[in-house]
Design a protein around this ligand. Structure first.
Ligand code: ZN
Length: 203
C-alpha cells in the first residue's frame, strides 16, 4: 500500500526524471500554459486524462466530475470551459466517458445513493430520452455501456449549447467538441461524435 509520505518521494523522483529528459521542462512551463485541448472526463481514478492520451503537463486543460456531466447550472464546469475557450484558446474540447462507469451504473439501479442521486439525475434524463435504445434482451452490462455512450453524446450537445460555444462559433472560431468513450479493459479510446458550428456528426 502506498503511504501518504511516499507521495513526496515519488514526486521528487518524477521531477528529477522530467528534468533529466528536458532540463528546461519546468522553467518553460512556469512562464505560461498553452494547451490545445480541454478534457472533460469522469473523476474515476482509472481514467487519468494526461496519461491515456500520453500528454505531459501543459498539454491538456482538465475538468473532471462524476460521470463527465455538463450542466448549464454548474458554474465550476462553465468557468473551466470559458477560460479554456476565451483565454487559453483551445482548439478542441473532448468529453470523454468510459465503459463500465460507476456513476452511469448508479443512475439506473434502484438503490438509494444519497446526495449523489441529485447529480446522477442528469444521466437518468439521458436514459429516459433514449428509452427506445434499451431493449429487454440487453444485459445489464450492455445497458450501462450504451448509456455511457449516449451520456457522452448528450454532454457534447450540452457543451455545444452553452453561450460560450455559441458565441465562439458566431465569432468564426473553428473550435470542435468531440465525444469519446474509453475502455478501461484495453486502454483504447473510441470516437463517438464531433460537434462543430455546423452541428453534431455521429461516427
Ligand atoms: Zn466514471
Amino acid at each position: 500500500m502506498t503511504k501518504i509520505t511516499d507521495l513526496f518521494v515519488r514526486n521528487r523522483l518524477w521531477a528529477e526524471r522530467m528534468k533529466s529528459i528536458n532540463p528546461a521542462f519546468f522553467s518553460s512551463l512556469a512562464d505560461q500554459q498553452n494547451p490545445e485541448f480541454l478534457w472533460i472526463g469522469c473523476a474515476d481514478s482509472r481514467v487519468p486524462a494526461n496519461e491515456i492520451i500520453d500528454l505531459r503537463p501543459g498539454g491538456v486543460f482538465v475538468h473532471r466530475n462524476i460521470a463527465n456531466v455538463v450542466v448549464p447550472s454548474d458554474l465550476n464546469c462553465l468557468s473551466v470551459i470559458q477560460y479554456a475557450v476565451e483565454v487559453l484558446g483551445v482548439k478542441h474540447i473532448i468529453v470523454c466517458g468510459h465503459y463500465g462507469c460507476g456513476g452511469v451504473r448508479a443512475s439506473i439501479d434502484e438503490a438509494d445513493h444519497g446526495l449523489i442521486d441529485n447529480w446522477l439525475h442528469h444521466i437518468r434524463d439521458v436514459h429516459r430520452l433514449y428509452a427506445s435504445d434499451f431493449t429487454p434482451d440487453m444485459s445489464e452490462e450492455q445497458k450501462v455501456d450504451r448509456l455511457c455512450e449516449l451520456n457522452v453524446i448528450e454532454q457534447v450537445r450540452n457543451v455545444a449549447n452553452t453561450t460560450i460555444l455559441r458565441h465562439a462559433w458566431e465569432r468564426d472560431n473553428p473550435i470542435e467538441v468531440h465525444g469519446w468513450v474509453y475502455s478501461i479493459k484495453d486502454g483504447i479510446i473510441h470516437d463517438l461524435c464531433t460537434h462543430t458550428a455546423d452541428g453534431l456528426k455521429a461516427r
